[in-house]
Ligand binder design. Structure first.
Ligand SMILES: C[S@@+](CC[C@H](N)C(=O)[O-])C[C@H]1O[C@@H](n2cnc3c(N)ncnc32)[C@H](O)[C@@H]1O
Length: 255
């Protein structure tokens, strides 16, 4: 079922533009996450071990691999099509694992051989319900070494409805100024994928997967404060926002 390099490159490049519609500050956020991980792993003598949660076609893993060439990267996602794009286009960046984050056995599926130095994620954890996130943050607190870090870059609304609207507006205005809304959207990207014969088998495999606990019905949209509370409850002592633009945040939780 191997994909050609050219096909994978084309769809990953289209993915990057499509995702900019939703996270116009995507590159800044990737850079900030790499800054945090570099800081936390500085001075370590062994190879840092990093986990990318909801890696999609490997966008964050690839950037981290460039910034931290001495790190070992494991990247997990539930989507067989996106994973195949990652395995083909960003083959050397990470070891890619198919698993549903939060489902029984997902941490064993990762095949980790030592404690994690960092767990990172972009635009993915908002798919999880509060129950699933509570479990997952608990699992990550166990998988991370003491002093290790969880770094989540995602759109996380404020509690206050009016502030949430203002923050959303700030993000939309930036997207308009940068003409990010001219890029194709999520639905158009998937519709176009559906017309590529080279992706037909992967798409059929994707469709055969049943929705699973914690991700049913798409985005759960918990507030920033919910994430912070769930991280603290999972045992992370230091939790805070280190970067923000509109409702786009990078939240850091240290074990
Ligand atoms: C919007 S994409 C972001 C992908 C990538 N992190 C990026 O920034 O381009 C969200 C990803 O999260 C994955 N995802 C959502 N819920 C998941 C779960 N419970 N287990 C594994 N992957 C999940 C989806 O399959 C998808 O690849």
């Amino acid at each position: 079922m191997g994909l050609s390099l050219a096909t994978a490159e084309k769809w990953v490049e289209r993915w990057e533009l499509q995702q900019q519609r939703y996270a116009v500050d995507r590159e800044d956020r990737f850079t900030v996450i790499a800054d945090v991980v570099e800081h936390i792993t500085a001075g370590r003598t062994d190879r840092p071990l990093i986990l990318d949660l909801g890696c999609g076609p490997g966008s964050l893993a690839a950037r981290l691999a460039r910034r931290l060439p001495d790190a070992d990267m494991v990247a997990v996602d539930r989507d067989p099509l996106l994973l195949e794009l990652a395995r083909t286009h960003h083959a050397d960046a990470a070891r890619y694992v198919e698993a549903v984050i939060g489902e029984d056995g997902w941490t064993q599926a990762l095949g980790l051989d030592r404690p994690l130095d960092a767990a990172v994620s972009t635009t993915a954890l908002h798919y999880l319900s509060a129950d699933a996130l509570h479990r997952v943050y608990g699992h990550l607190a166990v998988l991370l070494r003491t002093g290790g870090v969880l770094v989540n870059g995602d759109h996380l609304p404020q509690d206050d409805a009016v502030l949430a609207e203002v923050a959303g507006c700030v993000g939309r205005r930036r997207a308009e100024r940068q003409r990010a809304l001219a890029h194709e959207d999520w639905g158009s990207w998937w519709a176009a994928v559906g017309e590529d014969p080279e992706l037909a088998d992967l798409l059929a495999e994707r469709r055969s997967r049943q929705p699973s606990t914690g991700t049913v019905g798409g985005a759960a949209r918990l507030a920033l404060s919910d994430h912070v509370r769930l991280m603290r409850r999972a045992g992370f002592e230091r939790v805070g926002v280190v970067w923000q633009y509109g409702d786009s945040h990078v939240v850091v939780a240290i074990r």
